[in-house]
Design a protein around this ligand. Structure first.
Ligand code: ADQ
Length: 512
C-alpha cells in the first residue's frame, strides 16, 4: 500500500519531539500515517507581501510536512475573499451574506493550481491523496489536468445545500464539475449527501446512480456520507482529569452552587450566537425560578476578524449579552459570562463536565464536534443534557438530545427549562444512548471508512448500515413503549411539543 498524502488548508507542523495537537485531523490520521507513512501538504498559515516561491519541509515520525506561504494578494483573494466571503456563506445557506468578486474567484482557482504544481513533483506513483474542505475543491481537477492518475478523495467538512441554493453562486456548475475529478467525495450527513446529489444531477445533467455513483467516460466518482466523530475515550478521559484542575475549581467556586449552561465555539455567524442569547433571555423572562439560579458561560474563540460580517457579529453579541445582564443581573450575579477567546482543549473538557446543560445551536453546521465533545465529557452517573440545533449535522446521530430550531427563542428556552429540570433516570438514558454511538463512530473509524472506500477494499456503508437509521428506530421503539418518561405532561417541553416535533423532523429528513 502506498503513502497517504493529505492536503488541507492549514497545516500545523508539530514542534520537534512533541506529539501532534490533540483533536482535529491529526488524531484522525495518526493510525494511517503510523502504518504507511505519509505526506501532509498545505498552507503554513504565513502571509507575506512577496513570499519565496518554495515548499518548506519538516519530517516528524513517519510524516513529511510540506508547507507553502501565501502572498498578501493570494490570502485576500483566495482565503479571506472567495473561500470565506463567498463559499462559506453559500454552503451554510446564507445567500444574503455571499459576496462574490470575479477576481477573487480567479485567485481561488490560481492558488489551487499553484498548490497542484507544488504537490505533483512530490508524489509517488502509488500514493493515495486525500483533499480536505471547501478551500480546495478545484485541486483534484488541477492535479488531473497535470496528469495525476492517483486515487484522489475529497472530504467536505461543512454542509452541502441543494441546487436551488447552490446555483446562486456564479460559476456553480464549474465547482460541481470539479468534484468529478475525485474518485470519492465524502460529506458529513445524509442530508448533505442529498444536497450534493441534487447539485450533481442538476448542475451537470448527469445521472446519479443508486449508491451515489456518477460515471463520466471511464471515470467513476462516488458521493457518500461519512459522519465525522471524535476521540471519544480520549476526550472523556481529559474531562475526568480536568474537572479536578485548578481552572475547573476556579469556575466551580465562582458559580456558588448555581447551575451552569455552557456554549463554546469559534465566533462565527453560522453558530447562532445571537439567537442563543435571545433564547437565554427568553428563559430568564419566562422562568423566573431560574433567575439567580443558573449562569450561562459562552466561550467564543476569535475567528476571521478580517471579514466584515464577523466584526458586525461581535458587536451584536456583546450588545445582547450586556442587555440581558443589565435586565436580569444582580449585584452578586452576572447571568451571561462571555469569554471572547480560545480555551485549552482539556480545560474546556473539564468545563463541559461541570455543566448540567450544553447549549449547541448553530443555524447550520456540517457536523459540530462541540456537541459530541459535550456528551463525551459527561459523568455517566450524573450526566448533563445536550440542547442541540436540528440544523447541526450532529443531530442526525443524536435523536436523544433535546433538538431545537435555533430561530425559535421560545422553543429553545422551553428545551433549556426541560433540560434543567430533567430527572436523573432520563438524563442517564439519553446520555447512555448517545455515548454508546459516539464510542462506535469515532474519528478513527471515520478516516478508516473513508480510506477503505477510496482505496476500494470494501464499502463501509454496506458493512455498517447508517448509524442514524439504527438510532432512530431505537428511539421510536422506546417512545412507543413509553419506556422513556420524556418530561412530565405538564413540563414546558411537553407543552411545546418539543419531543413530537423533534421526531417528526427526524422522520422527514430521513425520507429526503
Ligand atoms: P468548526 O466550524 O471549527 O469545524 P466544530 O466542529 O464545532 O466547528 O469544531 C470546533 C473545535 O474547536 C472543537 O473541537 C471545539 O472543542 C473547539 N473549540 C470550540 N470553541 C473553542 C474555544 N473557545 N477555545 C478552544 N477550542 C474551542 C468544521 C465544520 C464543522 C465540523 C468540523 C469537523 O464547520 O461542522 O464538525 O469542521 O469536520
Amino acid at each position: 500500500m502506498g503513502r497517504l498524502v493529505v492536503v488541507s488548508n492549514r497545516v500545523a507542523v508539530p514542534r520537534r519531539g512533541e506529539p501532534p495537537a490533540a483533536g482535529g485531523l491529526a488524531v484522525a490520521l495518526k493510525e494511517a500515517f503510523d502504518s504507511r507513512g505519509g505526506l501532509w501538504f498545505g498552507w503554513s498559515g504565513s502571509v507575506a507581501p512577496n513570499p519565496p516561491d518554495m515548499v518548506r519541509h519538516a519530517r516528524r515520525g513517519r510524516v513529511d510536512y510540506a508547507v507553502v506561504d501565501l502572498s498578501d494578494a493570494a490570502y485576500q483573494g483566495f482565503y479571506a475573499g472567495y473561500a470565506n466571503s463567498a463559499l462559506w456563506p453559500l454552503f451554510h445557506f446564507r445567500l444574503g451574506l455571499l459576496s462574490y468578486d470575479r477576481g477573487q474567484a480567479e485567485t481561488y482557482r490560481a492558488v489551487n493550481r499553484h498548490y497542484a504544481e507544488k504537490l505533483l513533483p512530490m508524489l509517488r506513483r502509488d500514493d493515495t491523496i486525500w483533499v480536505h474542505d471547501y478551500q480546495l475543491i478545484p485541486l483534484g481537477a488541477a492535479l488531473r489536468e497535470m496528469g495525476s492518475r492517483h486515487r484522489i478523495g475529497y472530504f467536505h467538512h461543512i454542509p452541502f445545500p441543494p441546487w436551488a441554493v447552490f446555483s446562486a453562486m456564479p460559476g456553480a456548475e464549474d465547482l460541481i464539475r470539479d468534484l468529478l475529478a475525485y474518485d470519492l467525495v465524502g460529506v458529513q450527513t445524509h442530508r448533505d449527501q442529498a444536497g450534493l446529489c441534487d447539485c450533481m444531477s442538476q448542475g451537470t445533467g448527469m445521472k446519479v446512480r443508486p449508491g451515489g455513483e456518477v460515471r463520466l467516460r471511464s471515470r467513476r466518482t462516488v458521493l457518500r456520507a461519512f459522519p465525522i466523530g471524535i476521540d471519544t475515550d480520549g476526550f472523556a478521559e481529559a474531562a475526568r482529569t480536568s474537572v479536578q484542575s485548578p481552572e475547573a475549581e476556579r469556575l466551580r467556586t465562582s458559580l456558588v452552587g448555581r447551575k451552569l449552561i455552557i456554549g463554546a465555539e469559534r465566533l462565527d455567524y453560522t453558530k447562532g450566537l445571537p439567537e442563543r442569547l435571545r433564547a437565554f433571555g427568553a428563559l430568564m423572562e419566562g422562568w423566573p425560578e431560574y433567575r439567580n439560579a443558573v449562569t450561562y458561560l459562552q466561550v467564543a474563540a476569535r475567528s476571521r476578524e478580517d471579514v466584515e460580517s464577523y466584526k458586525d457579529l461581535k458587536r451584536d453579541i456583546e450588545r445582547l449579552a450586556g442587555t440581558i445582564n443589565a435586565e436580569y443581573g444582580d449585584v452578586d450575579w452576572t447571568p451571561v459570562r462571555y469569554v471572547g477567546r480560545a480555551v485549552a482543549r482539556d480545560t474546556l473538557a473539564g468545563y463541559y463536565r461541570m455543566a448540567p446543560v450544553g447549549l449547541v445551536t448553530p443555524l447550520r453546521d456540517g457536523m459540530n464536534l462541540v456537541a459530541k465533545e459535550y456528551v463525551a465529557a459527561q459523568d455517566p452517573d450524573d450526566p448533563g443534557v445536550l440542547v442541540l440545533s436540528r440544523f447541526a449535522g450532529a443531530a442526525e446521530g443524536m435523536p436523544e438530545a433535546l433538538l431545537v430550531n435555533p430561530l425559535d427563542a421560545q422553543g429553545t428556552a422551553e428545551a433549556l427549562a426541560a433540560a434543567l429540570s430533567m430527572p436523573l433516570a432520563e438524563r442517564r438514558e439519553r446520555h447512555g444512548a448517545i455515548f454508546r454511538r459516539l464510542r462506535e463512530n469515532t474519528v478513527k473509524s471515520w478516516s478508516g471508512d473513508f480510506l477503505r472506500l477510496l482505496e476500494g477494499n470494501d464499502d463501509p456503508a454496506e458493512a455498517h448500515p447508517p448509524s442514524r437509521a439504527a438510532a432512530l428506530s431505537m428511539y421510536q421503539a422506546r417512545l412507543s413503549s413509553r419506556s422513556v418518561a420524556t418530561s412530565s405532561a405538564n413540563s414546558p417541553a411537553d407543552k411545546a411539543g418539543t419531543q413530537v416535533a423533534d421526531l417528526s423532523t427526524a422522520r422527514a429528513s430521513r425520507a429526503r
